[in-house]
Design a protein around this ligand. Sequence first.
Ligand code: UD1
Length: 420
Amino acid sequence: MEKFIVQGPCRLKGQVEISGSKNASLPILAATLLFDKPVELKNLPKVKDVDTMLSLLKSLGLKIKINNKKKTVKIYKSKKIKTFASYSLVKTMRAGILVLGPLVAKYKKAITSLPGGCSIGARPVNYHLNSLKRLGMKYFIKKGYIHAQVNSELKGNKIKFPKISVGATENIIIASCLAKGKTIIKNCAIEPEIKDLCNFLNKAGAKIKWTGKRTVKIVGVKSLKSIKYSVMGDRIECGTFCVAASLSEGSLKIKGFNPKLINTELNLLKKIGSKIIIKNNEINIKGSKIIKSINNLKTKEYPSFPTDLQAAFMVLLCKAKGRSVISENIFENRFTHVAELRRLGAKINIKKNKAFLDGNTLFEGAEVMSSDLRASVALVLAAITAKGHSIINRIYHLDRGYEKLEKKLSKIGAKIKRIP
Ligand code: UD1
């Protein structure tokens, strides 16, 4: 299994180009199942989850043509579409459930693996299933698979999510594009990646309109037209590099991402002492010598602070002057990085969904193990500022969502190497 060797501490300096967004690419790729005509996508990140989604689409019968020179992926419908999404693919990437909506909307049936739990929580898909049922999908679950069917076609309806869910919002928006009549969805997630999905679908002729902050109206269309689309930049990667600069008293120019979309994170970083200047859509960020603590950082749905950056901010706040408290409000088990951060010297106590951080940590190199995607990057960040040598095991988690992380970090001064 590959691992990272990191020699710290180092100060990061230079320029970083943000890759395409993983979390926007996955629903957009799933939505290509709705099309009869080819779709050309640009700016897909080269990460494992995108590879898995492409494999899933291939297994369903779509044809995928990758042009490395033009950095595009063209997706065509074939004559032999299958409607079976296997456990072997869906278990490694929960976003595999996003093929259910488009399959039943377009092909009226699907057998899709239930994704199962993962290290950060149970992550059920009841909102996806209940909402698709309201559009007319019938289903039963047998031996870990959702067996779904639609009698004639999906029909628009009114849906209100009991709780905000990114994936369920995406699945239902995608399915409603080809449903008959009008669908109104309330209490939607409004993450920028969802808006990117809607832009993609509208460009192809879908009729999606946001009528309130968390309310969307979709009028079904018969078919979608062929398009070329460039996926937005990765919000979480951008936030991670902002934290990396702030942690290491570094100085980074971050390009390829619209800074307005991470206002919450940038304001927090200003609060802890980082100097941030936005110019020509670029973020110029300088970390300060003294990092200030935050006593009530809470993860919450967009536009609030994202759970996907909780682990990275925890590393930063471990180094802050004084105590900080972080509450995790989205997933029930998203502190798996804490035990590993303690191995690097962090002083953190967990009580229910709250982490109490002592602060003033001088990280020291150690051997640690990644437990999930965002936990892995937190370990890399801590190792960069740690004194001495660290080994980070199981980095396959990290490869699911960060494109060329060690190359980007080496370019800006980190001493990090991937070894087999
Ligand atoms: C997406 C992101 C993930 C991010 C998360 C929260 C992708 C590919 N993944 O995951 O990186 O951490 O949003 O911002 O975009 N829930 C239910 N029933 C459901 C669906 C969700 O109870 O049917 C619960 C979940 O267990 C969780 C909460 O709702 O507690 C939010 O989950 P959700 O927004 O659906 O996350 P994902 O779409 O899986």
